[in-house]
Design a binder for this molecule. Structure first.
Ligand SMILES: [Zn+2]
Length: 66
């Protein structure tokens, strides 16, 4: 599975303020960006549950996935 990596979006309001919208990212255990976090991962984080290991999804930890 390849996750999307959604870039931050900025918009300027009519009164000149800048609003930045960011999508929460999932990192592997070695601090590499894996991609956008899934809803299940967000829910696990909020509940304080451990998140699934994503080393196999990390292109830097696993350059040639099986
Ligand atoms: Zn990694």
């Amino acid at each position: 599975m390849t996750r999307r990596i959604t870039a931050d979006r900025t918009e300027t309001t009519a009164d000149g303020r800048t609003i930045t919208t960011a999508t929460i990212k999932r990192y592997c255990d070695r601090d590499h960006v894996v991609g956008d976090a899934t809803d299940a991962e967000i829910e696990a984080a909020i509940a304080g549950r451990p998140m699934p290991d994503v080393t196999a999804e990390c292109r830097q930890c696993t350059p040639n996935p099986a």
